[in-house]
Ligand binder design. Structure first.
Ligand code: NFS
Ligand code: SF4
Length: 621
């Protein structure tokens, strides 16, 4: 294996970890090699206790499980369960935000308020809820109740589907994949993948796409829209990124995980004079709250809070020896953190009843006592400051400024009030197309290499890049999210960015905020009077690892957008199933997956795709 990361700060901390005898995800990855071939190909099944069964991929062993399930059935069922888990994670996050809005409007929470009343009222109109002459609290309660029903809906299909172009909605109806209630689709995955139920890989795949669509146009969209109502719709904002944002003299608190409900309170409370005085008393200059992963994205989008790093940097943040507390809620939190933290003074604090970790401090978080809990957590960090092991502190210098906060509303505002200038630039060929680069890190690929290489290749060729998640943090760390990065873009894109004052790579938020990308793509398709599958647009997840990413990729393809995966999904053992995902889907959904581990080649695939779509639209170049 070559270098583990292309990020200097991470390399420094990996060196430090090695000196101090700390194992990281990269070491554990190496210990796993060679990884199980059946698992990699997706052809082992544990769905009943006649098994486990595995299919021999080279034809010199069993070709069916004990029940007779084929490689295609097994691989499809396994992928569907990944989609269900991913959709469940995003949607349960969405549900929590909806609940927080409901409770806030009912006066039952502490510290929250409805920050974007305009968005609340616009959503109410969209959902057919009367709002004129009513208080924002009354409107919010009705809207939240309506949203809650969409999770366990008994009739009809999801309301946000109306945002998709007419042609796309007709296609979903025709194929029979318009998602109904969010929970229902996820439950149906579990039912269909039970032994002896759905054994047709095509039928399974269609339901997988429907479930994923209930994430993108349902759970994730609720998470994004209702977070905007509660915490404010993001606007362009500047901040700093990478491990160098940790401060030697400050109490450093890293907030890691996904939901903004807790982190927003910690950011708020850490500014209180009482807290700052307590920190000074302990010998610190101030309190420095930093983000990690998507909690980091939620906070940087709305407050310009520094972000310490992306997924593979969570252990490395602790390795700096300068983190007083790492506060976690749900998702993408490595259980290994407890082992790493043992060597330093860092206090790890879990907060969600859904995510406990053995040997981790637990401070149960409730929206009803949010401020009190946040104060308690901040004080735990402050009290831990004197315990720092000074000789183990090493904070890398690397940090970089970013510009983020590109909600759909912010993009339209930057464009002067409508999408027209963007459409004009696309039609004239100044901007060739739009690519969404999203997703995680994965030790199978040098950390950040996939994100950065693909992004640079695309902007160089005049493709506007929009990002979320750990991909966006990778680009933040290298300055690609700054307006000055326009210098690295092709002449057309560069001119557009300079004229408007935006970066060539737009940070649109956390992974649930990929719903913002769907909304943007739908709005562009509607303005052009075409389907989303006609757009010169593509999706990519160069370093994906999580089940959430499988759900995302599936709803992006299900929405008609070609998607390139940079790590190989566990499907190749099902040959017909793989054929369906990479080719057959094109005929049914107007889009398909490609798998390409080399980001330079992935860029070429995307550029070819964009060129073909431009031709289809009849626009030059
Ligand atoms: Ni998305 Fe965000 Fe990062 Fe991957 Fe995890 S933090 S929700 S899943 S690792 S991009
Ligand atoms: Fe084996 Fe079929 Fe049971 Fe899976 S469901 S473990 S393939 S017998």
């Amino acid at each position: 294996m070559g270098e583990r990361s292309v990020d200097q700060a991470s390399l420094k901390m990996l060196k430090k970890a090695k000196q101090e005898g700390i194992e990281t995800a990269w070491d554990r990855y190496e210990q796993q090699l060679p990884q199980c071939g059946f698992g990699l190909l997706g052809i082992c099944c544990r769905n009943c206790n006649m098994g486990p069964c595995r299919i021999e991929p080279f034809g010199d062993g069993p070709t069916e499980g004990i029940c007779g399930a084929t490689a295609d059935t097994i691989a499809a069922r396994n992928l569907l369960r990944m989609i269900a888990a991913g959709a469940a994670a995003h949607s349960d996050h969405g549900r929590d935000i909806v609940t927080t809005l409901y409770e806030t409007a009912s006066g039952e929470t502490q510290g929250y308020e409805i920050k974007d009343e305009g968005k609340l009222r616009a959503l109410a109109v969209e959902f057919g809820i009367p709002e004129e002459g009513r208080s924002k609290e009354d409107v919010a309660r009705d809207l939240a109740r309506e949203a809650m029903e969409e999770f366990g809906m008994v009739k009809g299909t999801l309301h946000f589907l109306n945002r998709a172009p007419e042609k796309r909605r007709q296609l979903w109806e025709r194929v029979g994949i318009s998602p109904r209630g969010i929970d229902r689709e996820i439950v149906e995955v579990m039912h269909r993948t039970h032994m002896g139920v759905d054994n047709d890989y095509v039928n399974l795949t269609l339901h997988g796409v429907r479930t994923a669509l209930s994430d993108g146009w349902g759970g994730s969209m609720f998470a994004t829209e209702f977070s905007d109502v509660l915490f404010g719709t993001p606007e362009p904002v500047k901040g700093e990124s990478n491990l160098g944002v940790l401060k030697e003299d400050d109490v450093n608190i890293v907030v890691h995980g996904h939901e903004p409900v807790l982190s927003d309170m910690i950011v708020q409370v850490a500014k209180e004079e009482g807290m700052l005085a307590a920190a000074r008393e302990k010998g610190a200059s101030s309190i420095n709250v930093c983000g990690m992963c998507c909690t980091g994205n939620e906070m940087l989008m709305r407050h310009g809070v520094p972000v310490a790093g992306n997924f593979l940097q969570q252990e490395l943040a602790v390795v700096t020896g300068a983190v007083e507390a790492m506060v976690v809620d749900v998702q993408c939190i490595m259980p290994a953190l407890t082992q790493v933290a043992k060597c330093y003074h860092t206090k790890l604090i879990s907060t969600s009843p859904k995510a406990r970790f053995p040997e981790m401090d637990h401070v149960p978080f409730s929206e009803r006592t949010a401020l009190d809990t946040a104060r308690k957590i901040v004080m735990m960090a402050v009290d831990n400051f004197p315990n720092r092991k000074k000789d183990l502190v090493q904070i890398p210098d690397e940090k970089m400024e970013y510009m983020a906060g590109f909600s759909v509303e912010a993009i339209i505002k930057a464009l002067g009030g409508s999408l027209d200038p963007l459409l004009g630039a696309i039609k004239s060929g100044q901007i060739k197309g739009i690519a969404a680069i999203v997703g995680c890190n994965n030790p199978k690929i040098p950390h950040d290499y996939g994100h950065l290489t693909l992004t640079r290749e695309l902007i160089k060729n005049d493709v506007l890049v929009v990002q979320t998640g750990c991909a966006a943090i990778a680009c933040a760390k290298t300055g690609l999210l700054l307006p000055e990065a326009a210098e690295q873009a092709g002449p057309g894109l560069s001119a557009v960015c300079k004229a408007i004052g935006i970066p060539p790579v737009l940070h649109m938020g956390s992974c649930v905020d990929i719903s913002r990308i769907l909304v943007t793509a739908a709005a562009i398709a509607n303005a052009l009077g075409v389907d989303m599958s006609d757009l010169p647009a593509a999706g990519a997840a160069p370093e994906w690892m999580s089940e959430k990413a499988v759900s995302i990729g599936s709803y992006v393809v299900g929405s008609g957008i070609f998607t390139v995966l940079g790590t190989v999904p566990p499907v190749l053992g099902g040959k017909k199933f793989t054929e369906l995902l990479t080719k057959g889907a094109q005929d049914v959904l107007g889009a398909a997956f490609a798998v390409e581990t080399d980001p330079v080649k992935a860029a070429a695939l995307i550029l070819d795709h964009i060129a073909a779509k431009r031709k289809g639209l009849g626009v030059e170049g």
